[in-house]
Design a protein around this ligand. Structure first.
Ligand code: HGA
Length: 609
């Protein structure tokens, strides 16, 4: 959350900053701002709302410079106002910040006593004054930053400029992502590579506790002890085309339709190996997975639902006990560690703060077998894990996760099958059958996507509603949860999901003609039970919208609408049944006219607590 970009060049960097902020806008869109250094002064332009509004203001003021920083905000401390928008400034120092400073109140009090006046309610402003305080003591900008960050508790990615040092910017990272982009005679800093990919693909990922100085000529990185360190250079494979909307109306729509390709790419290594092997998860795969006696999955949001599907798979296929927990709960409870358990963290961005902290906590308890399922190479969570399975979904820009979820499920299924094989529960015939199922998966997902016109008609009936209920059983219950989450995230319709058997224990009281009830009801061992639960809804006048598959011989009737995926895909059915609930949420949001890619109050890559 919050996007940072900075540039130093011998050309005007304002277009670079604004283009970068537009690409980072998915990380936060409460306000946007830039600060540039020119003629010995800091010039700031800040606006609430979208980057385009700030861009217009910068144009009107004819702001140009060769050094500048920019920010797109997802507010945590202080409302959505221009005064709270970044960059924040103190006597010729300006900075942008992603993260939360936990001891900002103490610092504010101290700095006020030192005579500093505050203009904003943010936690960020203390950092600007603190740096200025140390500049006044005679330190240079880099030393002042290094001194200041030692007094901060919490998380930060920072980019700082000063009117007195127009030839460099200085940056710091702790708990929030930050990378340096290396150009020819120009250099950059950004929260993620999408912001600078137009200028360069050569990047250095800063590590926890790093600070760096960035000039036109080069970059110097310092470790947590302020001593110079070398960090590897990487060549990013993010392409500009993958960040463009193309023929689609929204990134979410594009990303839903990219799923056959994303799943196909994610499957590649498994199909190539034609086997489920520990090496799919890294060089140490065999060492880490051998002897595993159970699995603990830690994740948030949609990734938590992917983990919830995996629990059914892992227990059913490998016979190992598996529990799934919301990362922000796990990290604060006194959990009982079992070093023979594999700890699996799931995060699209690899930067989800709660998940990262839960992983650190698990490690502190003695868990050494760690695996992450992640979509962003070189991000923090995979780097902190011994094993990793990279989903190859490509950049996911829509705030509501779609292709990241289905590709996570592919990785988790491969994990369940690999653990089963290691435990002698997967014979060659079954392994071959699963691989064959996976091979057909992109095609089955495409068939589900072809249902879009029918689902769009349903969406028109959902659009005027205020509430919706989603039901599923067994491995499809988490898909009901995911469907309800998608609908509430982007259409703002209040939606809840229940295991269908729970209906009579409470939620049935809510059912009436105004409460559409979505049911995920593929042909499996629980179908007859689900049908009985549906009768309970019908008997109370509820209207049912059923997603099922070709094998279920389920008929539509009065008050019961049915959409069928064209074929039953066995154990992979939850992946295919995700597609219709994504499309239902997307088209409902479209009918309601909400901002599909940037739903209110939310942002992508949740790097704050
Ligand atoms: N705490 C700062 C930055 C917020 C942030 O990083 N959000 O993801 C603020 O509220 O401005």
């Amino acid at each position: 959350m919050c996007g940072i970009v900075g540039a130093i060049a011998d050309r005007d960097v304002v277009p670079v900053l604004i283009d970068g902020l537009k690409r980072l806008e998915y990380r936060g869109y409460d306000s946007a701002g830039i600060a540039v250094i020119g003629d010995g002064e800091v010039r700031r332009v800040r606006r609430t709302g979208r980057v385009a509004e700030m861009e217009a203001a910068a144009r009107a003021d004819n702001v140009q410079a060769t050094l500048g920083i920019g920010h797109t905000r997802w507010a945590t401390h202080g409302g959505v106002t221009e005064a709270n928008a970044h960059p924040h400034a103190s006597h010729g120092v300006a900075l942008v910040h992603n993260g939360i400073i936990e001891n900002h109140e103490q610092q504010r009090e101290r700095l006020q006593q030192l005579g500093y006046a505050f203009e904003s309610q943010t936690d960020t402003e203390v950092i600007a004054h603190l740096i200025h305080h140390y500049l006044k003591d005679g330190l240079d900008l880099l030393a002042a930053l290094q001194r200041a960050v030692k007094e901060l508790h919490g998380a930060y990615a920072l980019a700082v400029v000063s009117r007195k040092e127009p030839h460099r910017m200085v940056v710091a990272r702790m708990g929030c992502p930050l990378l340096v982009g290396l150009g020819e005679g120009e250099n950059f800093v950004a929260s993620d590579v999408s912001a600078i990919v137009q200028a360069t693909r050569r990047v250095i990922f800063l590590e926890e506790g790093d600070t760096a100085e960035i000039t036109r000529a080069g970059v110097r990185v310092f470790g947590a002890d302020d001593a110079p360190v070398e960090r590897d250079e990487h060549l990013s494979d993010v392409s500009l085309a993958s960040l463009e909307l193309g023929p689609y109306r929204h990134f979410m729509q594009k990303e839903i339709h990219e799923q056959p390709r994303a799943i196909g790419d994610t499957l590649e290594a498994i199909i190539d190996a034609n086997a489920f092997e520990p090496a799919l998860f890294g060089r140490d795969g065999a060492q880490v997975l051998d002897g595993v006696e159970g699995v603990q999955i830690l994740a948030c949001g949609t990734s938590f639902y992917a983990g919830s599907v995996a629990r059914y798979w892992i227990e059913a296929i490998s016979g190992l006990p598996c529990s799934v927990e919301i990362a922000s709960e796990y990290r604060y409870r006194q959990a009982v560690a079992n070093p023979k358990q594999l700890v699996v963290t799931i995060s699209q961005s690899g930067e989800t703060l709660d998940t990262m902290e839960a992983l650190k906590y698990a490690k502190s308890l003695g868990h050494d077998r760690t695996l992450s399922i992640c979509n962003v190479p070189e991000s923090a969570i995979p780097r902190a894990s011994r094993l990793v399975f990279y989903t190859r979904a490509g950049a996911e820009i829509g705030v509501a996760s779609t292709k990241a979820f289905t590709t996570q499920l592919v990785g988790l299924f491969a994990l369940a099958a690999t653990l089963a094989k290691l435990h002698g529960r997967l014979d060659a015939e079954r392994e071959a059958a699963y691989i064959e199922d996976l091979r057909h998966l992109p095609g089955s997902v495409q068939h589900a996507l072809n249902l879009e016109p029918q689902i769009a008609l349903w969406a028109e009936r959902f659009a005027p509603k205020h509430h919706a209920l989603f039901l599923g059983r067994g491995v499809h219950y988490p898909i009901a949860l995911e469907g309800a989450l998608k609908l509430k995230e982007i259409s703002y319709i209040h939606a809840e999901a229940y295991p269908a058997g729970e209906l009579k224990h409470g939620p049935l009281a809510l059912v009436d003609a105004d409460m559409p009830v979505v049911v995920i009801a593929p042909k499996d061992g629980l179908l007859e039970k689900v049908k009985s639960n549906m009768q309970e809804v019908r008997a109370r006048g509820g209207e049912l919208f059923v997603f099922t598959d070709a094998d279920s011989n389920f008929e539509a009737s009065e008050g019961v609408h049915v959409i069928r995926t064209p074929r039953h895909v066995g154990v992979l059915s939850p992946i295919v049944h995700t597609i219709p609930v994504q499309l239902l949420a997307y088209h409902t949001a479209l009918s309601r006219g909400t901002d599909v890619d940037k739903p209110r109050n939310l942002a992508k890559a949740v790097t704050v607590e």
